[in-house]
Design a protein around this ligand. Structure first.
Ligand SMILES: *Cc1c(COP(=O)(O)O)cnc(C)c1O
Length: 340
């Protein structure tokens, strides 16, 4: 069995999920006939404190569907400069929704954001949407107070807020609050079932009944009208009902991993970004090169991603135990010792 630290997207469906999938009651969801999908959507809406929900194939799909549903072609949307929507969704907002993106620093300063909202002027686009992310994919969680301030600002200007809550449950566990409290600071939220929550496929987009009805039509337009999707939703139900509380273990293991990484010479952990299940750190090339570390760990049965912007990211999840972390640290020490 590999120890895989590349991402929490590598998590496998649990035995309980596989059984639920095999025996799921299904129907044609395009007709609204799939009872398992309907139940997943009810549970998601309830957990996030919204009126309605929609099952979608991926997080990217959910975010882009939200953008398409909130905006008109030619609008400008405000997004975080390192956000998933801007950096990792293939430029889809421009292509699918015809919107212009403009970025704000990830540490949202509300006065700066306020200035970025467009006036009613003949030269400028309309600000159609503000997108926020929580947890951030740099490992941090945005405090609830910031979310509330941004939401109040947007409401005052009648601009909707979409929250990319791919890891909203990690954020909630980290802040020790309900996910619905975070979701209450946005008009729509996308939540990934297939990361730390271990479902094989899927995200859920939540919002008002009116918004979700429009999104349902746009989902069809995007080719995402699924038929007997209850097979997938069955795993999603277990993800939401059973897999949220155990995220504390992943966060605890991330902190343990951070502590142990600091035993390694010149390893600098970004402690200020250690809010969820991700450990970001640097390791000097003079100690070990990127390629030597990747291949050495690979030989020891450990998968990691290479450096991005000079930083390593190790991610903990259901398939990474404290003992696995000890194995990783020992392997890293051995590789470094044999290399020099
Ligand atoms: C993973 C992720 C997504 C998209 O999820 P996919 O299912 O991979 O499309 C969106 N936003 C954030 C912050 C993510 O981490």
């Amino acid at each position: 069995m590999w120890i895989d630290l590349r991402s929490d997207t590598v998590t496998q469906p649990t035995d309980e999920m596989r059984q639920a999938m095999a025996s799921a009651e299904v129907g044609d969801d395009v007709y609204g006939d799939d009872p398992t999908v309907n139940r997943l959507e009810e549970i998601a809406a309830d957990l996030l404190g919204k009126e309605s929900a929609l099952f979608v194939p991926s997080g990217t799909f959910g975010n882009q569907l939200a953008i398409m549903t909130h905006t008109h072609s030619g609008d400008e949307i405000l997004v975080g400069e390192d956000s998933h929507i801007l950096m990792h969704e293939v430029g889809a907002a421009a292509k699918l929704s015809g919107v212009q993106t403009r970025s704000f620093p990830m540490d949202i300063a509300t006065d700066k954001l306020k200035k970025m909202i467009r006036d009613d002027d003949i030269h400028v686009p309309r600000t159609g949407l503000i997108c926020v992310e929580n947890a951030l994919s740099d490992g941090r969680v945005i405090p609830l107070s910031t979310m509330k301030t941004v939401y109040a600002l947007a409401k005052k200007q009648s601009i909707p807020i979409h929250l990319d809550g791919a890891r909203i449950f990690n954020a909630a566990v980290s802040l020790d609050i309900m996910a619905s409290e975070i979701a209450s600071c946005a008009d729509s939220v996308n939540v990934c079932l297939s990361k730390g929550l271990c479902a094989p496929i899927g995200s859920v987009l939540v919002g008002t009944c009116d918004f979700i009805a429009k999104a349902r039509k746009n989902r069809k337009l995007m080719g995402g009208g699924l038929r007997q999707a209850g097979i997938l939703a069955a795993a999603g139900i277990i993800a939401l009902n059973e897999m949220v509380t155990r995220l504390t273990d992943d966060h605890k293991n991330a902190r343990y991993l951070a502590d142990r990484l600091e035993e390694i010479e010149s390893c600098r952990v970004y402690r200020d970004r250690l809010d969820i299940n991700m450990v970001f750190f640097t390791l000097s090339e003079s100690v070990i090169s990127d390629s030597a570390l990747i291949s050495g760990l690979h030989e020891a049965g450990i998968k990691i991603s290479g450096k991005e912007d000079g930083e390593y990211r190790f991610v903990t999840h259901c398939g990474v135990s404290a003992e696995n972390i000890d194995t990783v640290i020992q392997a890293m020490k051995n590789i470094i010792a044999n290399h020099s």
